[in-house]
Design a protein around this ligand. Structure first.
Ligand SMILES: Cc1ncc(COP(=O)(O)O)c(C=O)c1O
Length: 369
């Protein structure tokens, strides 16, 4: 069996340190926010090259707060993508705003910058690109459009801790970036978690208030906030895991290079990395025309797989009334039909990669076994 991910072995490597971190929290008696979360916020801000990090209880909460704190108001429009996890679009709805989904670029699968201007209206307040699978969207292009039209930019970096594109790191060309620490993410908590990074001190202060009921003084909120606080155990665990992140990302990149070298698919049918970029391969996806055959071949060979994502948000039953229907975002729709995510993690050997590639090759040639 070749597993899709190997969280258990990554945790086994550092188990003593994780146990110590958790015990420290139990002994401290401080279970929500507090010094462990503050220590993680400092370390994560430094890792991201940002002035401030604000830790919250999920990536979805981070997106919701980013939108509110950036001034997005009820009825405002937010330009985003449909080829993403549901949470991106759901957070816009939660903020009372209207998601306007544009197509992604066929080469890199992130927001197609050339589609933004046609989607602008006088109600557009923000652009919310997603760094799908760990590859940053074209932030330089997005920043230019945003500056021209006076729009806020929020990066959904839930899948992209430590990513870079065209020499820019996540968060450096936006007003605020949001992250998820869901366990399966490249940096995952032992439960739910999320964060925002920004260089704007006032924005960071507002985010801190909003995540904790909007109250500087207990029981006397000055703003209508939420309970979006991070648990101290997650802060302690994430501080520990952050010290290993670059090593784990390097391992993912090594596996990606092995796929690049051995897959018989042309570059436009697999994940590619623009020059001067660091794709962090939260997901390594390929595009396969006959996905059922590829899945059958992988399954027969005992290889786990994923699909990220099989239905674009504008066609999901809960959200389709927000979109313009089948055929309106052709690249996203085609990708949803063809995407297949291959195993990628630090425990994969070259031999495993060869087996996976072999199983895919057999499916294209119609052979099995
Ligand atoms: C692109 C994207 N945005 C937002 C989220 C939401 O993060 P969370 O699951 O931590 O709420 C996720 C993660 O699942 C995601 O992949």
């Amino acid at each position: 069996m070749i597993r899709f991910s190997n969280l258990q072995s990554e945790h086994a490597e550092i188990r003593d340190d994780l146990d110590r971190a958790i015990s420290r929290v139990i002994d401290s008696g401080r279970f929500v926010l507090g010094p462990e979360v503050e220590r993680f916020e400092r370390a994560f801000a430094d890792y991201c090259g940002s002035e401030y990090a604000v830790a919250v209880n999920s990536g979805t909460s981070a997106l919701h707060l980013a939108l509110l704190a950036a001034g997005v108001e009820a009825g405002d429009e937010v330009i985003t993508v449909s080829m993403t996890f549901t949470a991106t679009v759901a957070a816009v709805v939660l903020a009372g705003a209207v998601p306007v989904m544009v197509d992604v670029n066929p080469e890199h699968w992130t927001m197609d910058v050339s589609k933004i201007e046609a989607a602008l209206t006088e109600r557009t307040a923000a652009i919310l690109p997603v760094h799908l699978h760990g590859l940053m969207a074209d932030m330089s292009g997005i920043r230019k459009v945003a500056d021209k039209h006076g729009l806020v930019v929020i990066e959904d970096a839930a899948q992209a801790h430590g990513s870079e594109r065209d020499g820019h790191v996540v968060g450096s060309l936006s007003d605020v970036a949001t992250y998820s620490f869901y366990p399966g993410k490249n940096l995952g908590a032992l439960g739910e978690g999320g964060a925002l990074t920004t260089d704007d001190g006032d924005l960071a202060e507002l985010l801190r208030l909003l995540r904790d009921w909007g109250a500087r003084e207990r029981y006397c909120p000055e703003l209508r906030g939420f309970n979006y606080r991070m648990d101290a155990i997650q802060g302690a665990v994430l501080s520990e895991k952050l010290t290993h992140l670059d090593r784990w990302l390097d391992a993912r990149r090594r596996v990606a290079r092995a796929y690049d070298e051995s897959l018989s698919l042309p570059p436009h049918l697999r994940a590619t990395e623009p020059p001067s970029s660091r794709h962090t391969y939260h997901v390594y996806a390929v595009r396969v025309r006959q996905r059922d055959l590829a899945i059958a071949s992988l399954t027969e060979a005992g290889i786990e797989y994923g699909i990220h994502y099989p239905v674009p948000v504008h066609l999901q039953p809960a959200y389709r009334e927000l979109g313009t229907g089948v055929g309106s975002l052709p690249v996203s729709e085609q990708l949803a039909n063809e995407f297949l995510s291959l195993p990628i993690h630090s425990g994969l050997s070259d031999g495993d990669v060869n087996q996976i590639v072999g199983a895919l090759d057999r499916s294209y040639s119609g052979r099995s076994g």
